[in-house]
Design a protein around this ligand. Structure first.
Ligand SMILES: [Ca+2]
Ligand SMILES: [Ca+2]
Ligand SMILES: [Ca+2]
Length: 269
């Protein structure tokens, strides 16, 4: 009986702990947008472990998806979509397991990557980096034992679950990060927004489809800082006018101005 009790505890621990680390969109689905300009959704009170998860996925040994936060959204029509992430300080809601939660840090310099494609979602098992299937995918593409995780910040990547379901495929669309250009020794990493204000925003023209966003920090040296703190994140997805619409709007306003001026001019004889 004693051993069965221990086993139960062990299994309970195994099922609850890794679930936190697997790729889950739970509470981070921005929802479905039909492309109407002005549609927007903000998701606050999330965090990433450490301030380096995104930038660590730009290097030769890839990155650990446990250090970035996954989000998803869905487009039922083509649209221009503006994606914004910024630092947020907050104190998590107390739970029985953590009655006195530590306040989540501000100060992340966020970076994010946008992909077409989704991770497995319930009732399928959730994806994670270190199952046999995910390891095999990594070894086949990145070299046996040469990668530290499945996450690639500026390339396509794949991952699967412990059921070895057909891999989730993330097809890279683009990325952006907060601050001036980063070079940790392999050349300038593309996508800096030029202003280190703990916020990054970029607009993408997207087709109908399912999209995933992975967000994390951009301080490459922070991966060697312990303990690894939680850095708060707030994110927004918004449907915005296409650039051509702005141009037409401005041209229209210019025309209106000309008409108004003509009307206000005294009649010529
Ligand atoms: Ca890395
Ligand atoms: Ca690393
Ligand atoms: Ca910025």
């Amino acid at each position: 009986m004693k051993n069965i009790f221990k086993y139960t505890l062990l299994i309970a621990g195994m099922t609850s702990l890794p679930a936190m680390a697997h790729i889950s969109y739970s509470g981070r689905d921005f929802g479905t947008f039909d492309g109407t300009i002005g549609q927007t959704n903000t998701i606050s009170y999330n965090s990433a472990t450490g301030n380096f998860g995104w930038i660590d996925g730009t290097d030769a040994d890839w990155g650990d998806s446990h250090k970035v936060r996954p989000y998803d959204f869905h487009l039922t029509n083509a649209a221009d979509v503006r994606i914004t992430f910024q630092a947020q300080v907050f104190t998590p809601v107390p739970t029985a397991a953590a009655p006195n939660p530590v306040p989540v840090q501000g100060g992340i310099n966020p970076g994010f990557s946008l992909y077409e494609g989704l991770a497995h979602r319930p009732p399928a098992l959730l994806d994670h980096d270190f199952g046999a299937g995910s390891t095999a995918i990594r070894d086949a593409v990145g070299g046996v034992g040469m990668t530290e995780g499945s996450f690639r910040a500026q390339h396509d990547w794949s991952i699967t679950n412990d059921n070895n379901d057909p891999p989730s495929v993330f097809t890279y669309i683009g990325s952006a990060y907060d601050g001036t250009g980063i070079n940790y020794g392999t050349g300038l990493i593309a996508g800096a927004d030029g202003v280190a204000d703990h916020m990054v925003s970029k607009t993408f023209h997207l087709a109908t489809g399912d999209y995933s966003i992975f967000v994390g920090g951009t301080d490459y040296a922070n991966q060697n800082v312990f303990p690894q703190l939680q850095y708060g994140i707030s994110g927004t997805v918004a449907v915005v006018p296409e650039p051509e619409t702005y141009t037409m709007l401005l041209a229209g306003l210019g025309l209106m101005g000309a008409i108004v001026r003509r009307r206000n001019e005294p009649d010529s004889i």
